[in-house]
Design a protein around this ligand. Sequence first.
Ligand SMILES: NC(=O)c1ccc[n+]([C@@H]2O[C@H](COP(=O)([O-])OP(=O)(O)OC[C@H]3O[C@@H](n4cnc5c(N)ncnc54)[C@H](OP(=O)(O)O)[C@@H]3O)[C@@H](O)[C@H]2O)c1
Length: 282
Amino acid sequence: MQIVITGGRGQLGQELARVLCASHEVLSLDLPECDITHFAAIERIAAHQPALVMHCAAMTDVDGCARDPLAAYRANALGTHNVALACQRARAPMLYLSTNEVFDGTQTAPYLEWDAPRALNPYGASKLAGERIVQVLLDQFYIVRAAWFYSPGRENFITRVLARAKAQGALAYVDDEIGNPTYAPDLARAIAALIQTKHYGIYHLVGEGIASRYDWAAHILQRAGLRHIPITRAKLADFKRDSTPPRNGALANFIAANSLGIKLRAWQDALEEYFTNLKSGI
Ligand SMILES: NC(=O)c1ccc[n+]([C@@H]2O[C@H](COP(=O)([O-])OP(=O)(O)OC[C@H]3O[C@@H](n4cnc5c(N)ncnc54)[C@H](OP(=O)(O)O)[C@@H]3O)[C@@H](O)[C@H]2O)c1
């Protein structure tokens, strides 16, 4: 089918295009040619007569969103409104990429698809506004909440940990912020499987298992052969940030796993593949 991806040059947009182009016609749109905050984006997207729109475009700088909430709402809420109107015009379903940051992180268990969202920061609130707009304007949609994803070949949490280890010789990461490290190629494959089902709804697609930032960084050091670099546990309160992250940002994939058999592998196994590919230059 003909698929339009918004934010197509972003981290996930590129990964999705790579996976989907084997069996679909994929058109990636991004800034500057298609600014979703402009009304013209509606016609720009609809003109391609997509059978599905994957809406990845967003303002994703979480601290930047906290400094400029209006810009966050412009991109993530108004932008999503325009993309939803394009879907209406083209009679196409939307797959909207959302986030674990729609939850406030006060619950002790991982968040299930039906748990009540309550965002703590402007990024999460603007993405949640996008979710609501999609639900109001469209009959057929997938809302895919993801978290902490990283792609090979781009700057990501792993490259930042390794760069800091080399530059500073010692690391400190928080152990009171938890989530699901998610390998973007696994997420893209899960999304490719999901759109085949036409089972619209809200899904949590994340790497299996939970880690704190500390656990994740420690695992990266170990896998990169940098065990000698000391890493200490810190607390969120030790760092001043413009945004407040949810302490418990962990999602549980209940619906896709139990009703469709779509599940990502354990985050440690995916990290293994990331490093193996890095070594063999893939
Ligand atoms: N990264 C994560 O861990 C994570 C976790 C959960 C959910 N998500 C969601 O997943 C989606 C993809 O994330 P990602 O990490 O791939 O993001 P990304 O790399 O920042 O890509 C987003 C893309 O959207 C573009 N964009 C920004 N404003 C736009 C506008 N007004 N019109 C058109 N395009 C615009 C960006 O262009 P510029 O780069 O030029 O600004 C960028 O190419 C987002 O919706 C995000 O909220 C991400």
